[in-house]
Design a protein around this ligand. Sequence first.
Ligand code: SF4
Length: 865
Amino acid sequence: TTRLLDDVRLRLRDGRADFRFLTPTATMRDHLTNSLAREGLVVRTSAVNTLAGFMQESAPGIHIATPEDLRFLTARALHQLRPPALESLRTSPGLANAFSAAMDELASAGCDPGQWAALGSLRVWDGDLLAAFGTVYECVEEMLRAQGLTRRSGLLAEAALHIANEGVPGIRDVFIDGFFTFSPFELNLLEALARRTRLHVALPEWTGAREAVDRLRRAGLRLERLSPCRPQPASLFCPAANSAREAEEIALRILEGRGEGLAWRDFGIILRGREPYVPLLQTTLARFGIPCRSYFATPLLQHSATRCLAGLLDACLLGWEHDQTLTALSEPACRASSTRSFPAFLRAVREGLPGDGLDNLLRFAPPDLRPLLETLAAWPGADGVLRPPADWAAAMAGLIPLLHPPSPGEAETPRGPALRAFLECARKTAHLLGSEPVTLGHFHTEFAPLLQAAALRDLGRRRDAVHLLDAFEARQWELPVVFVCGLNEGAFPRRPAPDPILSGALRLRLRSQGVPVTLPSEREQEEKFVFQLAQSRATRAIHYTWPELNANGDPLLRSFALDLIPAPAAPARRIIVRPAAAVPPLPPASLDDHHIHDHLKEKFAVHRTTALESFLQCPFQFYLRSTAELQSEPDSPSGRLNPLFTGLVLHEALKNWHQGGGPMEQVFDSVWTRALARQRIPRGHAAEFQRSVLRRSLTQYARTPRHDPGWKTFVEQPFEIALTACRIRGRIDRYDLSETGQARVYDFKFSSDASLRVREKKQEDGLSLQGGLYLLALQHQGHSPVSFHYVGLKNEVSERGWDDPADVEAMMEGARVAAETAAFRILQGDIRVDPQNRDACQWCEFADACRVQTIEAAEIAEAAG
Ligand code: SF4
C-alpha cells in the first residue's frame, strides 16, 4: 500500500488524470480519498474508485444484482417451485440465505446451473436436497435474466471483454490495493487490464494469494517483494471480567493516550463483526465523552422512523391489532407518541387488550390523536383490495405524515437517509414483483425480507473521531494506537460455520473437478490471516482485549492465536465515576409538613400486611406504591399470566376445594377457565404449561391435605387487629383449630422449596410480618397459636415453619414491634430510599425512579476512597 500510494501521490502532484486507484469497498475508497486530501492533494472523484464502480464505467448499461436482490429472487424461486425435498424447510428464513450464498459462490467459481447439473450426472453430488438446489439455481438465473440483472461475476466478465476489445481510453496506470486475493473472474479482468494498461497490484503475502500471484505473473506482471517498513508497536494484553468492562478499559486507555497529545483519529478499534461490540462501544465511548465513527452499516430497522412504518404495516395486516398498533405508535419518531394524551390513551387501550380494528381504537382516542388515527384509516392499505405493486410502493409514502417532521438542526441525523432507504426497498419490491396486481399481504411478504436485510452506512462527517473498524476494512488503515477486541476462541479469529449446502466433502469433490470453491481449511487460513492483518495496523501501540466471562457469568477462553504473541498483561481496571464537582448531600427525604401528616394519619388508619412489608423492604417503595399510588403499565394479554395471576388462581382453587370438596382436578379446571376468561389471557403454550404445573401441584396437595382428627379447618378468613399506631387488616390462607382452641396457621405460596427457604430467611431477618400478624390476630380472637408454616405448592408440596412455643411467641412479638414502628415512621413521612434487601430491588417496579444504582455506585466510590 505504501509503495502504490507513493506513486499515486507523485501523479497527483503532477496533476495527472491518466490513472485509477481501485479498492474493494466504498469505505476504503473514502478513507483513502480523505487521507490524500488531508495531505493537501487534490483528488478527482473518478481517480480513486471501487473495483465495482470502475467495472460499471467499463461496462455501462449492465445492472448488477445486489445481495438483497439475490436473496429476494431465491426466496421467490423457493416459493414458486416448492421442491418436495424442501417442504419441511420452506418457511425457514435461513434457507433462502443459505441457497443464495451457495449460488453466488458457485457462480463466482464459474459453475452455472448447467455445469451443476453435469456435475450431478458425474455423481460429484447427489441427493434430493442438492437436486432441488440445482432447480432453484436455474430458476433464479432465469429470473435474473428476465429482470435485466446480472451477478457480480457476470459484470466482471462483461467488463473484461469490453476492456480486451476497447481498452481503457485515457488511462495509462491502474493501481489495485486492499484485496486479499482474487476470484477467477477478477483475475480475467486484471489480465485484460494488464494487456491494455500498466497494472500495479498490491497483495499481502499469504498462502491464499499464491494462485492469484502466479496467474498475474503469467499475465506479464513483475513480482516485487517488499519488506515491512513500519516501526514495531508495543503490545499489551488487557483481559477484562466482561465485555462491558472491556469497553470501559478501551475508553480509559483512549483518554490516557489523548492526555499524551494524540488526536482522537489516532485511535482505531478493530472488530471481527458489528455484533455485539459496536453498540456497546458506541454507548461506552459516548459516556466517556469520546467522539467515534463507526464504519459498520447499521440495520435499517434500528431507526425509530423505519421501525414505526414497518410496525404500522404489520399492524394493518393484522387488522390493526391493538397491541401491535400501539407498539408502532409508541416509537419516538411517531407524532402520536409525543401528544399530551398519548400515555392515557396507551393505558386505556392496553387495559382493554386483546382488541383489533381502527374503529375500536378511535373510540379511545382523545382529540389530539384522532387526526393521526384518521390518517391511518384513510390509508389505502386498510381497504384490503388488489393493487399493482408500484401502487403499494407509492402508498408507503402515505404513512410518512405520521412521523415527526425533521426539526431544525436535524440534518445530521440518519432519519432522511433511513426513510429514503425504506421507500427504495418498497420501490425495489415493486420492480421485482412486476405489474400484476397483488394484495398488501403479498407485497409485504416480499418487502419484509428486503427491509430486514437493508442497512445504512454511518454518514458522520466527523474527521477527528476514534474509528470503529471491521477487520476486513482495516487492511488499508495505519493508526498509532489500535485495539483489537473480542479476542475469544472461535469469535476472533472466527471459527467458520459449517455450510448447510456446500459441505466440506462436497467442496473437495468440486475442487477435484476444477470448480475453485473455497475449502474449509482455506477459510480457517483466511480467518487467521485477517487477525494477522489486524495486528499489523498499529505504529505505536496495540492492545489485545477480551472478556473472561459471558453474560451468564460462564468462563470464556481467550483466543488461541494470542499464544503466539509475546506481550505483558495489564488486566482491565475497575472504573469509578466521580462527579466533577462536589455534590452536597441531599437532606433526608421525608414528607415534613403537618398537613401531609394529617393526610397520612387519615389515609393509613388501617394498613394491609403486605403494604407494611413493602415499607420494611424500602420506605420509598411503600411511598410510591401506597401513598402516591403509582401504577405500572397494564400488562399485555400474555403478560397477565404472571405470578399475581397464578397466586390468585391457587388461592381460589384451594378455598373452593376446602369449602366445597370434590375432586381437586375439577375444582381447579373450573377456577382456571373462569380466571383465564376474566383476564382475557390467550390460550397458548405458556398458559397450558402454567395450567399443568398448577394442576399437578394442587392435585398433590389434595392427596395429603394434613387433616388432624378433631381439628377444624378455616380458609381465606379475614381479620383485623388494633395496634397502638394503627389497625391492620388481612386474610389468613388457612388455619386449623383444635377443640381446645389451639391454632395452626398455614400460608400458601406458589413456590418451590428453595423459594420457601428465602422466605424463611426473610422472616428471620424481621422483614416478613405475615406469620407473626396472623398468629397475633388469632390470639386476639381468643385462640392459642401453636405454629406457623409456609406451604410451597410448585411441582411438589413442601413445608417450612415454626412450631416451637418460644419461636411462635418471638414471631408475634417481633411482628407487633416491627408493624408498630413501620406505622409510626409512615405517619412521620419517612420516604427514604433504603432497601433492606438489595437483591429484591431487581423485582421492584420503581428501580428506575429511585436510582438505587446511583446510590450503589456512590457507595463503591466512597469505599474506594
Ligand atoms: S428498587 Fe430498591 S431502592 Fe428502589 S424503590 Fe425499589 S426497593 Fe427501594
